[in-house]
Design a protein around this ligand. Sequence first.
Ligand code: RFL
Ligand code: PHB
Length: 396
Amino acid sequence: MIRTQVAIVGAGPAGLVLSHLLHLDGIESVVVESRSRAYVEERVRAGVLESGTVDLLREAGVGERLSSEGLVHHGIALRFNGRSKRIDFPELTDGKSVVVYGQQEVVKDLIEARLHARGAIFFEAQDVAVSGIDGDRPTVTFRDVEGRHEEIVCDFVAGCDGFHGICRSLIPAHVLRTFERVYPFSWLGILARTAPVSHELIYANHERGFGLYSARSETISRLYIQCRPDEDLAEWPDERVWDELRIRLEGEDAPDLVPGPVLQKGITPMRSFVAEPMQYGRLFLAGDSAHIVPPTGAKGMNLAIADVRVLARALTRYYATGSSESIDRYSQTCLRRVWKTERFSWWMTSMLHRYDPSSDVDFDDRLQMAELDYVTSSRAAARTLAENYVGLPLEA
Ligand code: RFL
Ligand code: PHB
């Protein structure tokens, strides 16, 4: 039997940041992860860090490699009607910017920091189960990598186990309310060994569908195209992906794409989802276990980290003062940011995608063009995009 203060299910960005922040405040935790360390360190996902996320990671002492290897971006381009229009972040947000640094690099840095501080992470845990969240001694049980039965007895459980995890379903059905929107398209993404030809991200609205040009480092590019939700990857040999990307980014000042070896290729479904409340008894949900945003606003990982910052502060207050006021308000505090981020991600998605690429241009498509024209020509409109993209202020 293992006794700890906080048992954390899931070693994604939410679980690892939470464990690290708690450690800095002298609170013990144990992380239980169903995948292997190599798997979570190689999983290619998000890439854009809000300025508040960057500050948090630096202040928490895990920003060294992020500072030396991350690419600072001072703006993005919105591309429509064959032309790019730039949104300048520092100018519109009193000097703020974002950093492009892969989620798996953040995860590597955090695992390294946790293990260096002798933090406990059980990888490859099987049959993970949580019980007793109604009482004051919840437990997490699982089989470890050697098949031994383990039991963690704790004060609190953090459900950081992603959208397909087990923790959300522990909230009784009569308490849990969910909100969902599924979009009629997905993203086909590639990671390629080729130097970025644009030093800023390009979000393109094209009549054949959305296209996104992003980067990971001086030698690695990350690109996406809108595709059908049921798209078969086998129908997308590398050459076809490059051709389609070139079409979606075509026109005046088009980036001169240089195809390189494709290192990874995958399809990401697009969904908006929120579970309310984000807590029940001694269980707290954080990150993708509680909410999903479509990736168009680059918010998923940032929102996960914003949740656990609120949770770490609330737990620290509880252990320091005995007051449960902040933990009782955890869900309410988080949901304010969650819904604003849902709104922004939905808005970026709806402004940039073709909802029915097989049909003729219709009323909605004309509205999209008007919106893009407005957002790139009105300072007031551009500011609303910029302040959301660099990240709304974190809770004081
Ligand atoms: P994660 O990263 O999914 O981590 C959850 C962890 O929990 C583990 N787990 C369990 N562990 C123990 N017991 C169980 N029963 C468990 N069930 C699951 C999982 O193995 C995993 O390690 O959630 P977290 O920490 O909340 O972090 C959220 C972010 O990962 C997520 O929001 C973003 O990556 C979303 N996302 C993207 N966001 C962007 O901003 N830009 C992107 O380009 C982008 N691409 C993506 C994405 C998410 C994807 N998913 C979820 C499939 C691409 C993909 C494919
Ligand atoms: C990425 O680089 O993976 C990326 C960038 C911006 C997004 C989504 C994904 O909106």
